[in-house]
Ligand binder design. Structure first.
Ligand SMILES: Nc1ncnc2c1ncn2[C@@H]1O[C@H](COP(=O)(O)OP(=O)(O)OP(=O)(O)O)[C@@H](O)[C@H]1O
Length: 260
């Protein structure tokens, strides 16, 4: 299906073109173009230092780009500040934990729902029934239905990651950025996370930076390979693992024999 460089551009929810990010004299991202559609899971893979996390940073406004545009609907995200980008509908789950370990799982979701976190203690008793059912639905979505009242600090590593995803999702983003979502998880948690991503896909677009190729392969979703800040190629995992350059810079030649 893929001809290599564009995926149904007309329906793209995010369309980044010619993005360059420079740190001193070093180009971490070099004229990179990328697009993602609504209700699509799109994996961004590539060797260490390829620029994947930097690209997520530039989409969410954490890092400034030197050139290029990142269109999200009609808005150019390169012109916006981090909080404006969140308000526009881009959610990001960082690798570093951001949950409040001494609060319950449900309270963490509630806190994430509030725009102004300083008001949390005042608002706590005043949840509308709509808000209450949003929290209930989210607990169910992230496999934590029976853990709502549990202290978040007592959750397993995988459950904490799902809670973090829930905290991003409860803000109803149109695009979610995930950096290595299954890092440190057990096999069972990995599998459940895969199922969770497929459920999230019905609600928004998901851009996932991932190193675990077996996990990426378990989806039949689009993959973009980055190398030295540039796009090397894109396609399905089946397609890109046959690409000579991808084998050379990332997957290695063994892959072809193992998965042919
Ligand atoms: N703030 C910074 N200042 C200087 N160089 C940086 C900065 N952030 C990233 N880099 C460099 O930019 C390059 C791209 O880094 P990035 O973290 O985006 O790569 P990555 O593809 O996410 O790698 P990994 O898979 O190892 O996480 C690397 O060479 C990195 O050292």
């Amino acid at each position: 299906m893929s001809q290599g460089n564009t995926f149904h551009k007309p329906k793209a929810i995010l369309d980044a073109s010619d993005v360059t990010v420079q740190f001193g004299g070093f180009k971490a991202i070099d004229n990179f173009s990328f697009s993602i559609e609504r209700q699509e899971i799109h994996f961004l893979i590539g060797p260490n230092g390829a620029g994947k996390t930097t690209f997520l940073d530039v989409v969410c406004g954490k890092t400034a780009s030197k050139t290029g545009k990142i269109l999200f609907g009609n808005e150019d995200l390169t012109k916006k500040k981090e909080f404006q980008i969140v308000r526009s509908g881009v959610g990001r789950k960082f690798q570093a934990p951001s949950i409040f370990t001494n609060l319950s799982v449900a309270d963490n979701l509630e806190l994430a729902m509030e725009q102004d976190k300083r008001l949390f203690p005042l608002l706590k008793a005043k949840l509308t029934s709509k808000e209450q059912s949003a929290i209930k639905e989210m607990l169910e979505l992230i496999n934590l239905k029976s853990a709502g009242e549990q202290e978040a600090g007592t959750l397993s590593h995988g459950q904490k990651q799902w809670l973090e995803i829930g905290m991003v999702m409860i803000q109803q983003p149109r695009l979610v950025l995930l950096d290595e979502p299954i890092a440190g998880m057990t096999e069972e948690e990995e599998e459940k996370t895969g199922e969770l991503l497929l459920k999230l896909k019905k609600k928004c677009a998901i851009l996932v930076v991932e190193h675990n190729m077996d996990f990426v392969r378990s989806f039949s979703e689009k993959v973009t390979v980055m190398h030295q800040g540039q796009r090397l190629c894109d396609g399905t995992m089946e397609e890109i693992q046959e690409n000579e350059q991808v084998m050379d810079v990332y997957l290695g030649r063994q892959r072809r024999e193992t998965h042919a």
